[in-house]
Design a protein around this ligand. Structure first.
Ligand code: PMP
Length: 417
């Protein structure tokens, strides 16, 4: 039976065409076809203002931060520290010293694992994750747990791709010292009840970590309301540059943590007898940082904050429902991840071809998707598939692009089935 696609949503303040016009790359073609970019969970495109902000930094005031007593260095420092303040406001942290710039969520989670976890975990302790974690929220914990004699465990995911909350709760006992969870799954699109999960973890005294890599571009983040101890987000999934992201860490925790990397910028004093370290956040920012990236990230946050969030939520909900309904029309297609209220991320397998064979056929038609395990191999094992095709939307995605995806999959079926 073919489900009826949901009706076009009522007029909202969200003008997708005006938004698209701000993204230069969306005007290009691929293999002679208009680009239909549906790999937004991997990285999103950048609006003109972000590209310009990065270019302007290099054109106008390129210099290193914090050290130079000259105009350019002061401008660079003001831009970089201004970006920290923009990140603070974005996650509603109490103090900008709670924001550590990192290269992305991967480095943010490695920082927490290598600095915090390494200094507290003891043999027999546990780190609780979920089955839907990205590898960057699994492997850093495994590396440190192996060193400390601790254990990494994961709460199960249901057939629809939802966290089993009662199983999560029952795994929480005094052995769990850290609970780390993804807010929005990059593979399933599931939106996790992180506030409830954090509250549960706190009842057993666990330190809580949130991977907001995907959530940051769709959900308002308020670390004080969530009550989490750490939270990471990444610029390139928030319409900003690659190689920049941030870790929020609660002040008392960051202050108690040893450095993660050594080098310039992170010290108070250095001698061959020993060194002393700067206060957070500088303690965790050794070396010349990604200054242009931070400035680009601040511009992306400013750009994103100007979007009507309510209207964006309506638009993304429509894409999620429309996409699911349209994909259900395709013979032999199985959607993996059907949680209510999910983000517009569609992972699927087809019974007539391997995911790896579908991707290139779609690309040939101008449709960019991701194929593979999406850095969530345990989730692939959970659903008994080696790989999926993943089509993922952004604020600039349209229903017409989902129609183009469906048409391209049907074309692939004629070719491969
Ligand atoms: N977590 C999730 C859920 C992600 O989707 C990603 C990126 N695919 C990451 C973490 C890692 O982000 P980054 O590569 O920017 O460090």
């Amino acid at each position: 039976m073919t489900p009826t696609p949901p009706p076009v949503p009522p007029e909202t303040a969200f003008d997708v065409e005006a938004l698209r016009a701000q993204f230069p790359v969306l005007a290009r073609s691929v293999h002679g076809k208009p680009l239909v970019y549906l790999d937004n969970a991997a990285t999103k495109h950048k609006p003109r203002c972000v590209i310009d902000a990065v270019a302007r930094f290099y054109e106008h005031s390129n210099a290193n931060v914090h050290r130079g007593m000259h105009a350019l260095s002061m401008e660079a420092t003001a831009g970089y520290e201004g970006a920290r303040e923009a990140c603070r406001r974005f996650v509603n942290a109490a103090d900008s010293s709670e924001i550590v710039f990192t290269s992305g969520v991967t480095e943010a989670l490695n920082l927490v694992a290598c600095s915090y976890a390494r200094s507290v975990l003891k043999p027999g302790d546990r780190v609780l994750l979920t089955e839907m974690e990205h590898h960057s929220n699994i492997v850093p914990w495994q590396l440190v747990a192996a060193e400390r004699g601790a254990e990494v465990i994961a709460a199960p995911v249901s057939d629809t791709g939802e966290i089993d909350l009662s199983a999560f709760e029952s795994l929480l006992d005094e052995r769990v010292k850290i609970a780390s969870m993804v807010a929005v799954s990059n593979t399933l699109g599931t939106v996790n009840p992180v506030a409830a999960m954090i509250a549960m973890a706190k009842r057993v005294g666990a330190v809580t970590v949130v991977d907001a890599a995907q959530a940051a571009s769709s959900h308002a983040i308020d670390v004080r309301q969530l009550g989490c101890d750490f939270l990471g987000f990444t610029g390139h999934k928030l319409y900003g540059p690659t190689g920049i992201g941030a870790l929020y860490g609660r002040k008392e925790l960051l202050s108690s943590m040893p450095p993660f990397k050594g080098g310039g910028e992170m010290i108070k004093s250095v001698s061959f007898a020993g060194s002393t370290y700067a206060d957070p956040p500088m303690r965790f920012e050794a070396g010349t940082p990604n200054i242009a990236g931070a400035i680009g990230l601040a511009k992306a946050i400013e750009w994103f904050n100007a979007i009507d969030r309510e209207a964006l939520a309506v638009h993304e909900r429509d894409l999620a429902e429309y996409g699911q309904a349209r994909l259900a029309e395709i013979d032999g297609l199985r959607l993996i991840g059907t949680a209510p209220g999910k983000a517009p991320v569609f992972s699927f397998v087809v019974d007539w071809a391997h995911a790896y064979d579908v991707g290139p056929v779609l690309d040939h038609r101008g449709v960019a998707v991701r194929t593979g395990h999406h850095c969530t191999q345990p989730l692939m094992d959970r659903f008994g598939v080696p790989a999926t095709v993943r089509a993922s939307c952004a604020a600039y995605t349209t229903r017409a692009e989902i129609d183009a995806l469906v048409e391209a999959i049907n074309g692939a079926r004629r070719l491969l089935a």
